[in-house]
Design a protein around this ligand. Structure first.
Ligand code: THG
Length: 829
């Protein structure tokens, strides 16, 4: 038995094998992959997954991971047998709403680079003759979708990895970890102890158990998902015995009934998410997979037996799905279900995978809750992340560290995972808040906000007012442009009225949910200097807008750093991930404390902001005494406040921070003092529209680690001369090449308000030139706006482009950025 390995991968399913393969190709071969089951039909979820790969998804990340998986599997073979059958995939619409969704999805697919076309009912019928075309409005056809053979692909990739020196050991169970000083030193297995530098857990449904052996929480929920195989049907294809092809017909997705269909020679494989949620407790999982099964032939009967990732089929849950299936595919009525299973898979709170280093143990990494569809893409990303320090795709949406403590609770994981199971095939609006558990995190202003008629949406557990019904009167006499149904699903004319009125008077924005950290100690400045791009060695009282970069030079975050004293900084972040990143790099000379909970913040913004603050503050807040991008500790009435003079909405004003117990007093003092100036509370809707027209980028939406500061228009925040910092060298290397794409501002000339993520076309071209990021109506600018990534040569103001929204093209023009107050006269006064 091996006694050491640089990287130990736990789990030889398709994710573990793919990671090993990509590590080996990157030259990292001191890798040991262990699995409790036999190689390579190990008995985990890769062994029973039916292999359908539908690439299109509302998530850019998942679409890109799927597209690479298709590319990788298409190139693999095992002893002359293919690992991918590229038969195409069709998602059909049985309702008007679904058809609209398909039009939108086609746009998303184009934006992310997956060719897709909308086809009519008869064209669907041409490709899937068993289907009743009168039941559907049409379908979205993706020619490059297909059927993956997960176990075969795993073995094929493992062979190549083995050829390069990676070792694979089956029937080897992990039974413990030796952890000292916050690191795994050795992994104990049934075959002996292995010293390791890094562990990567790809154990699928056994992941939480493996994690707990090391003291690592992996917030995933195993659930059962039904899959049935029919007996032979006359009209599908030749049987396996007769030498028929396994699959020639396109896959079929019937999302209105939460079902999918594939051919297996002369039988149908049918999956359903329609049934009640069937969660499985980690403790109820069989401890090991004694025998791998029939990955090659799930229809051969008994192939699933003995796999502990498969639970018995519950026929009562398949009654309605079967009726629905027969309605869409009438020929099914002559067949019967030959066998079925309730296969286990992992769900998460937000439907995304869980990837990266754990919070608890620096060298314990995770790649869990990954579908076959995304497996090769995830393997490649994990390999890059482990070897280069950063993945090339932006994995924020799948980063294990996106979850805060509450999101690791079993109650939250169970509730939200059940919801994501129920919604797996639903049309989900990007702004749709979860129904439960709510309210989870409320700010000290919550009671006041409720009294004022706040309409709340949720973000990272926080209740956030989107607009306030009490502001209804602000609508009167204003001409308000409202978005259409989809982009306007969470819009009220009050949003526009709050936006306009905040630029005339003064408004209070609840900014409490903005993640923030206190970084203090002897090493605080050095830590921040090392992790950020701008010069932070300035006098106490200065605030700096700066970036954190990945090792690749991509933008990890854009943050504000307020120096409150020689050794104390307050850092305004994009989310909990940034705080985890700061903490991860801190040594004993620096303390990084998440102060988001326990403190609160009001953004007091608008031309009358100074008139409200001055009489309450015990410090001079005139422009001369308290300049733009400065910080001061002062009192507002009795309330101790840290005031930062900056504004993401582009107005005169301050962010006023205090500890939670003073929140309500702060709110009440400002509200009372502001009455004579027409103060009012404003919500997130106005906030978003205001920052959009002011040109302030939202990290995660407009730019991410896939973009560098120059492309994103943020070069002003990078000072390479300040000394070394993470990402500096990579950025300077990138600067030897001209910028190829840019984030720029588009005006939609016919006034259509977009949602974001629409494809952008140049000239009369059919190929996409780029895609929009955030979009909305600039109520003060009087224009529909969208930010978009487009080739640098198209980024000049005046360039005419077209944007596709619900499959219709709209003229758009590149405009100078920002469109609102470009000379900053409203903020620097
Ligand atoms: N407030 C605080 N911290 C934050 C945000 C915030 N951190 C995360 C996120 N929001 C950061 N985003 C921005 C974007 C732009 C600005 C501030 C935060 C901004 N930019 C000035 C400009 O470009 O005109 C910078 C001017 C300068 O560098 O001097 O104000 O909302 N606390």
């Amino acid at each position: 038995m091996d006694t050491s390995a640089r990287i130990m991968i736990v789990g030889a399913g398709v994710v573990g094998c793919s990671t090993a393969y990509h590590l080996a190709r990157a030259g990292v071969t001191d890798v040991l992959v262990v699995d409790q089951g036999p190689l390579f039909a190990t008995g985990g979820s890769s062994s029973h997954a039916p292999g359908l790969v539908f690439q299109t998804n509302a998530s850019e990340l998942l679409t890109k991971l799927a597209a690479y998986t298709v590319e990788r599997f298409s190139a693999e073979e095992l002893d002359g047998r293919r690992c991918f059958h590229q038969v195409g995939g069709i998602e059909v619409a049985a309702t008007e709403a679904r058809w609209d969704d398909l039009e939108r999805k086609r746009g998303l697919a184009a934006a992310w680079g997956v060719p897709a076309e909308l086809i009519g009912p008869n064209e669907v019928h041409d490709r899937i003759p068993q289907l009743d075309p009168s039941r559907i409005h049409g379908g979205l056809y993706v020619p490059t979708d297909g059927i993956a053979k997960p176990v075969r692909a795993a073995e094929a990739m493992a062979r190549e990895a083995t050829r390069r020196g990676v070792r694979f050991r089956g029937n080897t169970e992990v039974i413990g970890f030796d952890v000292t000083g916050g690191r795994v030193r050795a992994v104990r297995t049934t075959d002996g102890s292995v010293e390791v530098e890094t562990v990567l857990c790809c154990a699928g449904i056994w992941g939480p158990k493996i994690g707990s052996l090391a003291g690592v929480s992996i917030p995933v929920q195993p659930v059962a998902h039904q899959y049935a195989v029919t007996g032979p049907t006359a009209d599908l294809g030749a049987s396996k015995a007769a030498g028929g092809d396994e699959v020639t017909q396109p896959l079929l997705r019937h999302q209105d009934c939460s079902m999918y269909f594939r051919q297996i020679h002369d039988r149908w494989g049918i999956g359903s998410y329609q049934h009640r949620v069937l969660p499985v407790q980690a403790a109820d999982l069989a401890p090991s997979a004694p025998r791998g099964g029939g990955a090659e032939a799930p229809s051969d009967g008994g192939a699933w037996k003995g796999m502990s990732s498969v639970h018995p089929f519950t026929p009562q849950d398949f009654k309605q799905p079967w009726d629905d299936a027969c309605e869409l595919l009438p020929a099914l009525g002559r067949a019967e279900i030959a066998e079925g299973m309730n296969g286990l898979m992992l769900f998460t709170a937000d439907g995304m995978p869980v990837l990266g280093p754990s919070r608890e143990i620096d060298n314990f990494w995770v790649a869990e809750a990954v579908w076959i569809t995304h497996s090769a893409g995830v393997g490649r990303a994990m390999s890059e992340w482990l070897t280069e320090g950063s993945p090339r795709l932006d994995l924020r949406a799948a980063d294990l560290r996106r979850f805060e403590e509450f999101a690791h609770s079993s109650s939250y994981v169970a509730e939200r995972s059940a919801q994501s199971f129920r919604e797996v095939y639903d049309v989900i609006h990007p702004q749709q808040p979860p129904a439960r558990p709510r309210p989870l995190r409320t700010t000290p202003f919550h009671e006041r906000e409720e009294q004022l008629g706040a309409v709340f949406l949720e973000a990272n557990g926080w209740e956030r007012p989107h607009w306030y019904d009490c502001n209804e009167h602000l609508v009167a006499g204003r001409e308000i442009v409202a978005p259409g149904e989809w982009a306007g699903r969470y819009f009220s004319p009050i949003v526009a009225a709050e936006h306009l009125a905040a630029r005339e008077r003064v408004a209070m924005f609840d900014m409490t949910s903005l993640a923030r950290a206190e970084v203090s100690g002897r090493g605080a400045l050095e830590l921040l200097q090392r992790l950020t791009t701008n010069q932070l060695d300035r006098k106490p009282g200065y605030v700096t807008y700066t970036l954190m970069l990945e090792h690749t030079g991509g933008i990890r975050a854009d943050i504000t750093v307020a120096r409150l004293s020689e050794t104390e900084f307050q850092v305004g972040c994009n989310g909990p991930r940034d705080i985890a990143w700061l903490r991860r790099h801190a040594d004993e000379t620096t303390a990084v404390r998440d102060i988001t909970g326990g403190t609160c913040c009001i953004g007091l913004w608008g031309p009358k902001a100074r008139d409200v603050l001055a009489p309450l503050a015990d410090e001079d807040v005139s422009h001369e005494a308290f300049r733009f991008f400065r910080a001061k500790r002062l009192h507002v009435g009795e309330v101790p406040v840290t005031a930062l003079r900056l504004s993401y909405v582009g107005e005169l004003g301050w962010e006023l921070y205090t500890s939670a117990e003073f929140g309500r007093r702060l709110w009440d003092l400002l509200a009372a003092q502001g009455t004579e100036h027409g103060i009012f509370p404003a919500g997130r809707g106005a906030f978003n529209g205001m920052r959009l027209e002011k040109g302030y980028r939202a990290w995660g939406g407009d730019m991410s680690s896939e973009h560098d500061p120059d492309e994103a228009g943020l070069a002003f925040a990078v000072k390479p001369d300040k000394g070394d910092f993470v990402g500096r060298d990579a950025l300077l290397r990138r600067r030897e090449q001209p910028v190829r794409r840019r984030l720029c501002c588009l005006r939609i000339d016919d006034g259509t308000v977009l949602m974001g993520s629409e494809p952008v076309f140049a000239g009369s071209g059919r190929t996409t030139a780029g895609f929009t990021t955030s979009a909305g109506y600039g109520h003060s600018a009087g224009a529909s706006l969208a930010y978009a990534w487009i080739p640098a040569e198209l980024a000049e103001p005046g360039t005419e482009l077209r944007v596709s929204y619900f499959d219709r093209r709209h003229p758009a023009t590149v405009v100078a950025d920002p469109v609102f107050d470009p000379d900053m006269s409203r903020m620097r006064c």
